[in-house]
Design a protein around this ligand. Structure first.
Ligand code: ADP
Ligand code: ASP
Ligand code: MG
Length: 417
C-alpha cells in the first residue's frame, strides 16, 4: 500500500475543534487507501509558553531539561489526535520520538536526526493503525535523553519520517495555502507559487521564510521526498494541492527572482579603526568562530590612511544572529587590546532582506536594480552580500515592509490586481 505523511502545525491543532478538522483530513487519505503517518506540532503558543517557563526557572538552564519541558507540547497533541481518530472509528495510536525511535545527535535544543528505524511504524501499519507522531522531538541514544530539533522542527520530523517509511508524499499542512513569493502576511500582493525548487526553498528558509524549517528542505532534497505545503483550513472533502517543492527541472516557467525573504533575527557590529594589517580578520573572526558565533555579512572599509607616522586603519562591519549579539559584544570587548580597535558599535534594529532565484545564475545586474530602487525610496543599505542564487541587504528594521514591497514589485512578483 502507498504511504503518506501528513504534518499539521500549531495553528492547525490549536483547539479540539481544529484537531477534529485535522482528523477529517486524515480520514480522507485513509479512505483513499493510504497508510498514513501524521506528525503534529504543539498547540499554537504552547512551545513559546514552555520556553518562557524554562527561562523563568533558570536563566542559564540545562539544555537537557529545556528539551524535557518543551517536547511536552507535542506529546499532548499526538495523544489528542489519536483519541479523536479513534472516536471517528479509525485505528490509531500516538508515538513519541523515543518510542519509534527517532535517534538524534546530542545538540539539545537543535538536535539533528541521525536515524529513524521504521520497524515499529511498519508493524503498526500492518495492524491497520494510523501512526500519530509527536513532531519536534527525538532521543539521543547513548544518553537516553529526550532531544528537540530546534524551532519549527516538526517539519523536519515529518520529512524525515517520510524518507524513512518510503512515503509517496509528505504534505505539510499549515495556516497558509502554500509557499508564496514572500510572507503573505506582510505583502498582500504576494503570489502563491505552484512549484518551487529545493534550492530556492532552502535559501528562502535559511534567509527567514519560516514556512518550512531549513533542515526539512535539506532532507527533502537529499532523499527526494515529494513535499507539498498546503492549507489545513481547506474543506477536508475538497482540498487544494498547495505548493510542491521539487527539482528545478520540473519547473517550466522560471522567473529571475522567485521570492523575497526577510529576517529580523540579525544584529550588526562595527569595529572602528582596526589596524589594517595581515591577520586582523583572523584575530576578529577566529575567536567568534571558536565561540560558535556565526558571522554572516562582512564589509571592510578603509577608515584612515597610513602616513605621517599614523598606521592605516579599517572599519570592520559584520552581522551575527540576534541571539548571539550580547555574547559577541562581550567577547569583542574582552579582546579590545588584542585586536587593537578604537571602538565597537552595535545595532539590533536591523533586518536582512533577500531576493532568491535560480535565474540569477544567468542574469547579470539583478542586485543592482534593487540598490537603485531602494535608494529611490530613501532606504539606506548598511551591508550587502551576494551569492549564486541570492543577494541580501541589511537595512533599518523600520523599513522592512517598504523594502520587501519595493523588491517584490520590482521583480514582477505582485499578483495581478
Ligand atoms: P506551522 O505552525 O504550521 O508550522 P508556521 O508559522 O511555522 O506554521 O509557518 C507558516 C507561516 O509562515 C505563515 O503563516 C506565514 O506567515 C509564514 N511565511 C513566511 N514566509 C512565507 C512564504 N514565503 N510563503 C508562505 N508563508 C510564509
Ligand atoms: N512546536 C515547535 C515550535 O513551535 C515545533 C514546530 O511547531 O514545528 O517550534
Ligand atoms: Mg512551522
Amino acid at each position: 500500500m502507498a504511504r503518506l505523511v501528513m504534518k499539521f502545525g500549531g495553528t492547525s491543532v490549536a483547539t479540539i475543534e481544529r484537531i477534529r478538522n485535522v482528523a477529517a483530513h486524515v480520514r480522507r487519505e485513509v479512505e483513499a487507501g493510504y497508510e498514513v503517518a501524521v506528525v503534529v506540532s504543539a498547540m499554537s503558543g504552547k512551545t513559546n509558553e514552555l520556553v518562557g517557563w524554562v527561562q523563568e526557572c533558570h536563566k542559564l538552564y540545562d539544555p537537557r531539561e529545556y528539551d524535557a519541558v518543551v517536547a511536552s507540547g507535542e506529546q499532548v497533541t499526538s495523544g489528542l489526535l489519536a483519541l479523536t481518530l479513534q472516536q471517528m472509528g479509525l485505528a490509531a495510536r500516538s508515538w513519541q520520538g523515543w518510542q519509534i525511535p527517532i535517534l538524534t545527535s546530542d545538540a539539545h535544543g537543535s538536535a539533528r536526526i541521525e536515524s529513524i528505524d521504521p520497524a515499529r511504524l511498519n508493524a503498526g501499519f500492518a495492524r491497520g493503525e494510523v501512526a500519530v507522531i509527536a513532531g519536534f522531538q527525538g532521543m539521543h541514544e547513548a544518553t537516553g535523553r529526550l532531544t528537540t530539533l530546534g524551532r519549527g522542527g516538526s517539519d523536519t520530523s515529518a520529512v524525515a519520517v517520510a524518507a524513512a517509511i518510503g512515503a509517496e508524499r509528505c504534505d505539510i499542512y499549515t495556516d497558509v495555502d502554500g509557499v508564496y513569493t514572500t510572507d503573505p502576511r506582510i505583502v498582500p500582493k504576494a503570489r502563491k507559487l505552484e512549484k518551487v525548487s529545493f534550492e530556492e526553498m532552502l535559501e528562502m528558509a535559511s534567509l527567514g521564510s519560516k514556512v518550512l524549517q531549513v533542515r526539512s528542505v535539506e532532507i527533502a532534497m537529499v532523499h527526494k521526498v515529494r513535499t507539498f505545503v498546503r492549507s489545513s483550513f481547506d474543506d477536508p472533502a475538497d482540498p487544494r494541492p498547495g505548493t510542491l517543492i521539487c527539482e528545478e527541472e520540473e519547473i517550466v516557467e522560471q522567473q529571475v527572482v522567485t521570492g523575497i525573504a526577510f529576517s529580523k533575527d540579525e544584529a550588526q557590529i562595527t569595529l572602528r579603526r582596526v589596524a589594517d594589517k595581515p591577520g586582523v580578520a583572523a584575530a576578529i573572526f577566529g575567536p567568534l568562530a571558536d565561540s560558535n558565533i556565526n558571522v554572516d555579512m562582512i564589509i571592510q572599509v578603509v577608515s584612515g590612511q597610513a602616513g605621517s607616522g599614523a598606521p592605516a586603519t579599517t572599519d570592520m562591519t559584520f552581522t551575527v544572529q540576534a541571539a548571539d549579539y550580547e555574547r559577541a559584544m562581550d567577547l569583542l570587548r574582552k579582546l579590545k587590546s588584542e585586536i587593537a580597535y578604537e571602538a565597537v558599535e552595535g545595532a539590533t534594529d536591523v533586518v536582512k532582506i533577500s531576493a532568491i532565484g535560480v535565474g540569477m545564475r544567468s542574469h547579470a545586474g539583478v542586485a543592482a536594480l534593487a540598490f537603485r530602487a531602494l535608494a529611490e525610496k530613501g532606504v539606506n543599505i548598511r551591508a550587502i552580500t551576494t551569492s549564486e542564487i541570492k543577494f541580501s541587504v541589511l537595512i533599518d528594521k523600520d523599513h522592512t515592509e517598504l523594502a520587501v514591497r519595493t523588491l517584490h514589485s520590482l521583480y514582477g512578483l505582485d499578483k495581478a490586481a
